[in-house]
Design a protein around this ligand. Sequence first.
Ligand SMILES: [Zn+2]
Length: 354
Amino acid sequence: MIGLALCKSLYAIPTWTKTVALVSEHWALQRALDCEGKPPSIWSAYRFAEKLRDNGEMVNRCIDGVIAGLKEKLPSYGRDLAIDASDMPAYANGQRYVYKGGPERNWHTDPDASWGHRSAVSTRKGGGFYGFKLQMACDTATGLPVAWSVQTAKANESMFVAPLLDEAKRRRVMATTCAMDKAYDIGRVYGECAERDCEAIVPLRATGAVLKNEHRPPGCEHGVWVFAGADRKRGASKWRCPTGECKPASTWIKADRLHPLMPRESKRWKALYRGRSAVEREFGRLKNEWGLKPLRVRGLARVRLHADLTILTQLACALAKARAATARPPRKRGTHRAGPQRAATRSRRAVRLE
Ligand SMILES: [Zn+2]
């Protein structure tokens, strides 16, 4: 049955009914799922989904296992994270009135869905939508999810940074940095990240303090003071007079939203913030390639299971790929024509791969 669930995400099929139909038509799939000649019935598929919803910790254990395997194969997995939220429109109508000028709707097909805001994507305008939001923390190097949670759309995204980092920690993924967009530029988020030994990489919103230039480094008649390192334990960064003539020549600035431990002008900060796009790409992949979208289930519990199974499938495929890559050395096409020059490039490539 777990195979059937993997099959559902692998072929991006929105419903169990269609998945069962696909399996019952294909002998190769039945052989892979070990149910040759007697494909599962639609009812057993839905019963299985119900069992998974009731035993959430079983799915969680499965996910933990796959993530532990990924960590073993990809040592840098989860070191630098990117967090964002994305819309999952409900399989329901959220309009308040039954029709224009008509009576108010007195019941909703999906009572857990709510109205939230989403930003513009490509040619689609931003605005309100009815449904759920997927809050996700991704590894920036591989783009693979590390922790995620599905919430109703009106939930404030900045409230889920700490739970996501805690979930990553529970899975023994110790993040050192976490890139987020401007929506997360709130003092509390910086504090929550610092408590978890994780550096928040967030650009500044133009708030009152920023307009008053309070985020600028200190200065004197010798010029703007320069960054001279940060002390994580102390939770402060050191700034120095450019010529060293001032007394005292340096000062410590306590880390906060306006003065993060890693200055926003630094190359490293900029590189880490560029890594944020990994989470956006991952949303696109999950929705368009792994069947996260469209939702064909209602209620938070069912939507959560759908997201869990979809992401589990993707992670399991990534793990299988990583294991296969280390099991056999990579072979390049055309190796049968190996002349001396080709052999040289190949060995250089091998060195780089190591
Ligand atoms: Zn000075």
